[in-house]
Write a protein that binds this ligand. Structure first.
Ligand code: MLT
Length: 239
């Protein structure tokens, strides 16, 4: 049996016992969706960094540098944080140094909390992620990146989707109110996720920045079967 816990913000992670659990970092719009897309499209690895300065330094080690803050690509970097920048062979065989507003610091926090494994969660590989977690029969923490430590809808919806998918594959123990709420809200919204999320803060923020196609892309379900997780502190292809 797998116990599933949802943590709605990295500011709450310290309240959970993370050690030896599988943590799925969730930043649907867009960091973990972009990370999963890059790996699916042949990137060797993605190193998640807390600051633009740390990411910039990696260029001297042959990394593609990618930086986003408040939804905008930062000047002086090779890429921003759009999944579309990882397609058409652009990242094939390359290592990427990535820093984003929320997602990359969550990856670092999960690793520092001594998780057994740290995975990158996205709707794009929902079923493959659930299959991997079910096969491991290890307790799971679904860590929502949120927005600058506040709750957001899109990450919570994915937590509900993944908790439901795992529960359809194996016996689970879910006594966490945040997990129960996330499953209910996903059931409410799943018939039209894009339509439901149009009222959300980050959807509006990214729409204002003309990133609508990124969001429609990131909300597709189970379009590829790769699973991405930390290996030697970098996100790599696990399955
Ligand atoms: C985040 O880190 O919260 C997101 O990746 C921001 C974005 O890509 O707009």
């Amino acid at each position: 049996m797998i116990n599933i816990e949802v943590v709605l913000s990295p500011a709450l992670l310290h309240l959970s016992n993370v050690k030896d659990k599988n943590v799925v970092v969730i930043d649907i719009l867009r960091a973990t969706s972009t990370i999963c897309t890059a790996i699916h499209h042949g990137a060797s690895s993605i190193k998640a960094l807390r600051t633009p300065e740390e990411a910039k330094l990696m260029s001297s080690h042959g990394y593609i540098t990618a930086a986003e803050r408040d939804g905008n690509k930062l000047e002086g970097f090779d890429m921003g944080n759009s999944p579309f920048e990882c397609m058409n062979g652009k990242v094939q065989g390359k290592s990427i140094a990535l820093t984003t507003t929320n997602g990359t610091k969550c990856i670092e926090a999960a690793e520092n909390a001594r998780a057994r494994n740290v995975y990158s969660g996205s709707f794009l590989n929902l079923k493959a992620m659930a299959l991997k977690l079910a096969s491991e029969q290890t307790d799971v923490i679904l860590l929502c990146a949120g927005w600058k430590d506040s709750f957001n809808l899109e990450d919570t919806l994915f937590a509900g989707a993944l908790a439901s998918e795992i529960s359809s594959l194996t016996e689970t123990d879910i006594d966490c109110d945040a997990a129960l709420m996330s499953m209910d809200i996903y059931n409410l919204a799943k018939s039209d996720l894009v339509g439901y999320l149009k009222k959300s803060s980050h959807y509006k923020r990214l729409s204002h920045l003309h990133h609508e196609e990124d969001m429609v892309y990131c909300l597709q379900h189970s379009v590829f079967e790769t699973v991405t997780g930390l290996v030697d502190s970098e996100m790599k292809k696990i399955v």
